[in-house]
Ligand binder design. Structure first.
Ligand code: GLN
Length: 483
């Protein structure tokens, strides 16, 4: 039986010939079949993945050195283009659409000899927090099938959680990698805006979207991030500085200056057990020689409204292209004019949450309301960015919960979208301010579900983010930080 711990160890097994890529892949294909009920995958590329694995095995046996992702089994969210493969954003409107090119980030992994095993279920156009807004139906949390895995990258999270791949890719516009990582008890990293090319990522809200990584351990996330962080002239919003390498060992033993916002821990919606365990962790960090200070952050009540005004505005524009003319879903209803034709295609093709957001976004951009909503939300975003610059001139990192609670029951958020939006309170902050953030699986609740700690650093500083994360993961393994 194949057992995966991390990529380095897998590569050692390949080198020592105790495993082959084909055998490892067969193990994962078997797991996918076994966990079919979880509904994590949209499509599994069984045949071509097996061909690729056999090819890599032959090359390795002939003495060719392994590249950094050699034989690594990767799953991708159904919003990431992979040439010649179906790409639907879990929406009926893109039914049967095939990607005509490969996303740069994915291409970088393939160039390093990764094997792409399939694409994963998600919320339609990455809009949601539970993976229940999918044309393919909900994904189930492998730890408790009556609960959601989180969203919108729920399928990618469960693919790693239930051992159906080694790492997976998701996208994070307001928490869609970190929140499901927290709900599933795995690692989820959202790099800073502009760190990974967005070329080939279906747009939800372009000034927020980033591709992120799910993994079971930090070195794997660091390696995938390093590979995908290479420049790309096809995304003009990429950061210009060279991220360097993401070696985790460099700063071992270093002490950090960390802060947290009083309001985030005192928030009425936060599960008291989550609050208690973070307070306990803060004590441990201090006892270990780190400085942890409490700050006040009075903009907290504004961040969810600002996020939903800005992202829906961008979405209403981005999703304007799905009209059923050049590609995608086309209604069978006989239309009398072009407007009805668009209307029928979009009415039948989009699900209710996507429609809600298109309407909300069109409203906040409309001439009579632009200043009251869109312009105001932009001002809040600018203010947040300014505040955060001040904070990072004094601190290495901000810590925060990932979500106010643990994975909730399927169907719970259905009738109250606003309550669901409000639960994004801790994750949207990093997208509004473009900073890198990670969810670390440090805690276990008395209800037996996992939950994470969120760590954030200055924009451009993924290395420090990973190093602080490493320190926290070690702290976890030395002493249980759960309550
Ligand atoms: N839950 C958030 C939303 O629905 C985040 C989505 C995302 O990051 N793609 O907008």
């Amino acid at each position: 039986m194949f057992e995966f711990t991390n990529i380095q160890d897998y590569h050692a097994q390949l080198y020592n010939q105790t495993i082959t890529c084909t055998k490892a892949l067969q193990h994962y294909l078997q797991k996918i079949k076994q966990h079919k009920k979880l509904n994590a995958f949209v499509e599994v590329y069984e045949e071509e993945a097996l061909e690729k694995a056999a090819h890599l095995d032959t090359e390795r046996k002939s003495g060719k050195p392994m590249k950094r992702m050699h034989g690594v089994i990767v799953a991708i969210k159904d919003v990431i283009s992979f040439r010649g493969h179906q790409l639907t954003a879990a929406s009926a409107i893109l039914k049967n659409f095939e990607a005509i090119y490969t996303a740069t980030a994915l291409q970088y992994l393939i160039d390093e000899e990764a094997i792409i095993i399939g694409n994963c279920n998600c919320d339609e156009f990455a809009m949601g927090s539970s993976n229940e807004n999918s044309h393919y139906g909900p994904v189930l949390n492998a730890l408790d099938e009556s609960r959601v895995p989180g969203g919108s990258s729920g399928g990618s999270a469960v693919a790693v959680q239930a051992g159906m791949c080694m790492i997976s890719l998701g996208s994070d516009t307001g928490g869609s990698v970190r929140q499901p990582a927290g709900f599933c008890g795995i690692i989820g990293i959202k790099p800073g805006y502009g760190r990974i090319s967005r070329y080939g990522l279906i747009a939800y809200a372009s000034s927020f979207d980033q591709i992120g990584i799910f993994s079971t351990n930090l070195p794997d996330a660091a390696l995938a991030l390093e590979i995908m962080s290479r420049p790309d002239i096809r995304d003009s919003t990429m950061m210009k500085n060279d991220p360097g390498t993401f070696s985790l060992k460099a700063e071992a033993g270093k002490k950090y200056t960390i802060c947290y916002f009083k309001e985030t821990l005192e928030h009425a919606g936060l599960d008291p057990e989550i609050k208690k365990s973070i307070e306990k962790l803060i004590d441990q960090l201090r006892a270990n020689g780190n400085s942890v200070e409490e700050l006040s952050f009075d903009l907290l009540p504004y961040i969810v409204p600002a996020y939903y005004v800005l992202t829906t505005a961008e979405a209403s524009s981005n999703l304007g292209r799905y009209d059923g003319i050049r590609y995608g879903y086309r209604s069978k209803i006989e239309a009398e004019n072009i407007e009805d034709f668009y209307c029928n295609n979009r009415t039948e093709g989009f699900g209710p949450e996507v429609k809600r957001r298109i309407m909300l976004g069109s409203f906040v951009l409309s001439s009579g309301y632009y200043d009251a909503y869109y312009a105001k939300a932009q001002k809040i975003r600018n203010k947040l960015v300014q505040q955060i610059e001040g904070i990072f001139s004094n601190y290495d990192s901000i810590i925060m919960p990932v979500s106010p609670g643990t994975a909730f029951e399927l169907g719970k958020g259905k009738n109250d979208p606003v309550a669901t939006y409000l639960a994004d309170i801790y994750t949207v902050f990093a997208n509004l301010t473009a900073i890198p953030a990670i969810a670390l699986p440090l805690f276990s609740h008395s209800n037996n579900l996992p939950y994470g700690l969120q760590v954030m650093t200055k924009r451009g500083n993924e290395l420090t983010l990973l190093q602080i994360s490493e320190m926290l993961m070690q702290l976890k393994s030395k002493a249980s930080v759960s309550s």
